[in-house]
Ligand binder design. Structure first.
Ligand SMILES: CC(C)(COP(=O)(O)OP(=O)(O)OC[C@H]1O[C@@H](n2cnc3c(N)ncnc32)[C@H](O)[C@@H]1OP(=O)(O)O)[C@@H](O)C(=O)NCCC(=O)NCCS
Length: 210
């Protein structure tokens, strides 16, 4: 299983230095409204400890295939320990962003810093009925911006070779992505320096707005 690593506009998240800053109360400035490719208005914000029930409900609505692609195993139920781990983050070395449709979580993106630091592993999970609506791309952009402003300089990920959706999100993110294969798995690494992002992907974070 891959590690769990694993908004307002990108501009407002202070993505300018890559220097470490002091940790970390709830980063309200990362909250923002987003719009998916169908024009549905959704709310993006950092996860909180009181999202435990919402996360359990989100997980219960995922298809076995989506769960397998995320956890590399059948994993129909999250244990209480997992729920605590996934919802209680320090917003610095571990950050999770959720997208809500009303009160329901429909997508989660997270990064977890990998010791000794500067790089973090990312992971994403979008509810099946919200997949291919641009949410994976929005979450990656917001996570990269937040991570850079917290002093992290690169992201890594492990995904299944057949996971076209995840690989496409990375390939089109605008950062110089390196992909390598090892059997059934693909390893992805890339710097998250905004200066290295190609201009085609630098536009607004809304799907279809590039
Ligand atoms: C993989 C996943 C995170 C992608 O998120 P998403 O919100 O569905 O992706 P987006 O709508 O942002 O799509 C981004 C790009 O990927 C493409 N894409 C998305 N799903 C795709 C699929 N199944 N096949 C081919 N391309 C796909 C989109 O067309 C889009 O391309 P574009 O940038 O050229 O427009 C989501 O489908 C998911 O949660 N899957 C199950 C769990 C999983 O695989 N997690 C990854 C573990 S690291």
């Amino acid at each position: 299983m891959p590690s769990d690593g694993p908004a307002v506009s990108e501009e407002s998240s202070g993505a300018s230095t890559g220097e470490r800053s002091a940790a970390a109360e709830y980063p309200e400035e990362l909250e923002c409204d987003v719009t998916d490719v169908r024009g549905t208005s959704l709310h993006l914000r950092p996860i909180r400890a009181d999202d435990a029930d919402r996360l359990v409900t989100f997980h219960s609505h995922l298809s076995p295939d989506s769960i397998y692609r995320r956890y590399f195993a059948s994993h129909p139920l999250l244990s209480p320990t997992e729920v605590s781990h996934l919802t209680q983050v320090d917003y610095q070395e571990r950050l999770a962003l959720i997208i809500l449709d009303g009160e329901e979580i429909v997508a989660v993106g997270r990064y977890d810093e990998v010791p000794p630091g500067a790089t973090a592993e990312v992971a994403f999970l979008v509810r099946d009925d919200f997949q291919r609506r641009g949410l994976g791309r929005i979450l990656l952009n917001k996570l990269a911006s937040a991570a850079w402003s917290r002093g992290l300089t690169s992201f890594s990920a492990v995904t299944m070779s057949e996971n076209r959706g995840m690989i496409s999100v990375f390939e089109h993110c605008g950062y110089p992505v390196t992909l390598s294969a090892d059997g059934e798995e693909r390893y992805v690494t890339f710097p998250i320096d905004p200066a290295m992002r190609t201009s085609v992907a630098k536009g607004p974070d809304q799907p279809g707005a590039r």
